[in-house]
Design a protein around this ligand. Structure first.
Ligand code: ADP
Ligand code: MG
Length: 805
């Protein structure tokens, strides 16, 4: 190909790489080609100049079409030149597959191709390869654009071959002098390539299974990037990345992306596909970030960010692109929570002023005195309840810190001011437990309450097993106001139940979280909304709380009731498992009970259930065969789970073998041993929660961690659980070490998938929050045109977040 054409081609390919923005030559492509015709005077260049005459004034799609027309023309010119045949030692002639030809992949997308075009309709993909892409969650061109690389390899710019030295990563450009194939054992081939650049000849080798081709032929320009090794006195590129030197830089001489892959998909194919998608479609992606926000926070626009994310021009470019997408993810979450908060403040609540006499009556009847922390959070809650603005508060306190007593006080105050309360639990058995506790506390103070209130509080339990006439009666009593407090599972209470005057709804989430839910109950009263209190046992670091519960005010019980014996925690080697079973047998012999928690299997609940079942069978006929064992896992029917939990609570069982997803939040004061298998797979905060389930009685208790990791230092994380009883400290450590997904255990986190952001990036979380506030203060429903893309993005996000995980 003549040098003029090569120059023209290079510039056009640069234009493609740059996303068709007409910035690669000063003055624009059109001006450049007009001048170029004068100096080159070649027919193809003249034709190109004519085609590109109005390039600067075209929109993106037309530019793509125009450039492709020119490329096609030049390519045909190139194709007419016979390529020098590759010299081969043996084997059939190299067949160059279509996809490997230097710029066939650049073929313009077929007309009508858009971001949502399915991958299988693309040239060179087809149903078989599409299945591989699907395995990575990639269905459309848009998905490919957001298939972000794990990292980049920073290849240096090319140097003359004579300047190469050993043991460094290097890039060269030259002419492929020859390609040789050496047949090794079992279809394994070794390809040798010799590349000349006028200063010297370089030697490259690749080991391949079967395929003996690189898609570049002898006589053609080639570029290599990779590691140099020394063999004898020779310097050899060992399995380098390579490509035609006169095409776009996709695999060599730059920072190249390393994408998540699946078996059957090579990085080379993925890179080509991503590069193609970025070239043609990066600028077609609507940017949800409004211009003003981008300017304020110094964030790249979408198209540029996608280019830099995959094919960065520098490490700084890559970092800036990541920051932009991280910001976008965090902003999305913050918009959800801030918007929810604004909505919640919209309608008035009934003020429920503090009723000191009735509160005193209950406190006098308690079998203990409240801790200072319990008194403080109770005051915070009562202060909110007295306002016309609906309370939305998160009550955070470790397992056993006494949240129920606080809830009992808040509910009683609600009753005293003439309103009803609801208390919701995640499972039936927990609802029963709350019902029992409330009834007990209120009846202990019954006489005094009757004196101040004029009656005893009427607490009712509504569960799935309440049927027929009984159920109808409860509905009626809730509707006419004769039920003071209704306790039940969330699902039950959210049914079409009508309250006469619901003043306060309390949700005990235990360790379940979610940006989802928590909305429906708000509609339970005629002209006012009820106050809302969410209780949780997991200590949540502030940045995370802001993301998950940014719409809630926070109250923390940071003190345990006196005399509580925290379980001793020990870390055992797997070989010493026998000691753990011995400890369980001893406890049972004393009439105590034990939990065995099975390892977390993140991939699927089904696998986890299977593993737990096997463990149960193993123990039942082995180490614990003389004991009464039961199994509990997430795949069991709700009724069976409840029945098992009840039997355990009522001491008809000695040992409960359970998976982690199962609610173990029920009080079993008689349980004194907890054995946690595969402890290294759990978050520290999660382990801390588990062990909070034991040691609730007055006997000493022990939590035994078994780790499958061996070797010194492997279990440093777990050692932290042994060494500290401070849940918040553990949570912080864990969030730093492993990120939020692992922190909660992915499946129960209820967290939206974050590809780039880290919730522990406090400054970025804070600035996303302030951006969300600024946007919504100006445009609460995101109805301005400037926010159209943002609104669409948010709606898509909410749809995804509401899909069951
Ligand atoms: P959680 O915060 O896990 O819901 P609970 O409310 O179930 O904790 O309380 C755990 C146990 O501690 C209960 O048996 C409760 O009676 C007891 N308790 C609560 N507050 C106190 C206190 N101030 N002093 C002593 N015991 C208390
Ligand atoms: Mg509780």
């Amino acid at each position: 190909m003549p040098a003029d054409l090569q120059t023209a081609l290079r510039i056009l390919l640069d234009e493609v790489n740059d996303g068709f923005r007409d910035r690669v030559v000063i003055g624009g492509l059109s001006g450049f080609f007009q001048n170029f015709v004068r100096s080159a005077g070649n027919a193809e260049v003249a034709k190109a100049a004519a085609l590109l005459q109005d390039y600067g004034s075209l929109d993106h799609d037309r530019r793509v079409a125009r450039i492709n027309a020119v490329l096609k023309m030049l390519q045909e010119t190139d194709g007419s030149q016979p390529a020098a045949p590759a010299r081969r030692v043996d084997g059939p002639t190299t067949r160059v597959p279509k996809a490997d030809r230097p710029w066939t992949w650049l073929a313009a997308p077929a007309p009508g191709t858009t971001l949502s075009t399915p991958i299988e309709s693309l040239q060179g993909v087809g149903p078989v390869r599409a299945r591989l892409y699907k395995r990575l969650g990639l269905r459309t061109i848009g998905d490919v654009l957001f298939h972000f690389p794990l990292r980049h390899i920073a290849y240096p710019p090319p140097v003359p071959i004579a300047q190469l030295f050993f043991q460094q990563e290097a890039s060269i450009e030259g002419t492929l002098a020859r390609l040789e194939v050496e047949d090794l054992r079992r279809g394994l081939k070794k390809l040798h390539a010799y590349v000349r650049d006028g200063t010297d000849t370089a030697h490259a080798v690749w080991l391949r299974h079967g395929v003996a081709r690189i898609g570049v032929q002898a006589g053609q320009p080639i570029a290599l990037s990779g590691k140099l090794i020394q063999q004898g006195r020779q310097l050899i590129f060992d399995n380098p990345d390579y490509e035609r030197a006169d095409g776009p830089r996709v695999h060599t001489r730059r920072m190249v992306p390393v994408h998540p892959l699946t078996a059957g998909l090579t990085e080379r194919e993925m890179r080509n596909r991503v590069h193609w998608a970025v070239a043609y479609f990066a600028d077609a992606v609507p940017d949800p970030l409004p211009q003003t926000i981008r300017a304020q926070h110094g964030l790249m626009p979408m198209g540029e960010a996608l280019r830099q994310m995959h094919f960065p021009s520098s490490p700084e470019g890559a970092a800036e692109a990541r920051r932009r997408f991280a910001f976008q993810e965090l902003l999305t979450i913050q918009l959800v929570v801030v918007q929810r908060r604004l909505h919640a403040q919209h309608d008035p609540a009934a003020p429920l002023p503090r009723h000191d006499a009735v509160l005193r009556a209950l406190k006098d009847g308690l079998p203990f005195t409240l801790t200072a922390a319990q008194r403080r959070v109770t005051d915070e809650i009562l202060h909110d309840l007295a306002l016309r603005q609906p309370m939305t508060r998160l009550l955070q306190g470790e397992v056993g810190s006494g949240k129920t007593a606080v809830a009992a006080l808040a509910l009683l105050n609600t009753i005293a001011t003439g309103y009803q309360g609801a208390l919701m639990a995640p499972t039936e058995i927990l609802a029963e437990q709350h019902f029992g506790t409330l009834s007990q506390l209120y009846s202990a103070a019954g006489d005094q309450l009757e004196a101040v209130l004029g009656r005893r509080p009427h607490v009712t339990l509504l569960t799935g097993s309440v049927k027929g006439r009984e159920r109808t009666r409860i509905y009626a009593e809730v509707a006419d106001g004769s039920v003071d407090v209704l306790v039940g599972t969330q699902a039950l209470i959210q049914e079409k139940l009508e309250f006469a005057r619901l003043g306060l709804a309390i949700v005990d989430e235990q360790h379940r979280f979610g940006v989802r839910q928590r909305v429906t109950l708000r509609r339970r009263a005629a002209d006012t909304v009820p106050h809302l209190l969410v209780m949780t046992a997991t200590p949540i670091p502030r940045t995370l709380a802001l993301s998950l519960y940014g719409d809630l005010d926070l109250s923390t019980i940071d003190q345990m009731p006196p005399g509580r014996q925290f379980p001793r925690t020990v870390l055992l080697d797997p070989e010493d498992r026998g000691l753990a079973y011995e400890r369980i047998r001893r406890a049972v012999a004393k009439g105590e009970q034990a939990f065995v928690i099975c390892p977390l299997v993140e991939e699927s609940e089904a696998l986890e259930a299977k593993a737990a079942t096997e463990e149960y069978e193993r123990l039942r006929i082995g180490e614990l065969k003389s004991l009464r064992l039961a199994l509990l896992h997430g795949r069991m029917k709700a009724a069976d789970k409840d029945a098992t939990m009840r039997a355990f609570r009522d001491r008809q069982l000695d040992v409960l073998v359970s998976t982690a997803v199962v609610e173990v939040g029920v009080d079993i004061p008689n349980a004194t041993v907890m054995l946690i298998e595969g402890a290294e797979r759990f978050g520290l905060a999660q382990l801390h929660q588990f062990r909070g389930r034991i040691g609730r009685g007055d006997r000493p208790s022990v939590c035994i961690l078994l780790s499958d990791l061996a070797g010194p230092g492997a279990n440093e994380r777990l050692q932290a659980v042994v060494d500290t009883t401070d849940g918040l400290k553990l949570a912080d450590t864990d969030l730093r070490l492993r990120g939020p997904g692992d922190f909660f255990g992915v499946r129960q986190s209820g967290l939206p998938e974050l590809k780039v952001a880290r919730l522990d990036d406090a400054p970025l979380v804070e600035s996303a929050r302030s951006a969300a506030v600024a946007i919504l203060e100006r445009d609460p429903e995101l109805s301005e045109p400037e926010h159209a893309a943002l609104r669409e993005h948010l709606e898509a996000f909410l749809v995804r977040a509401s899909e069951p995980s």
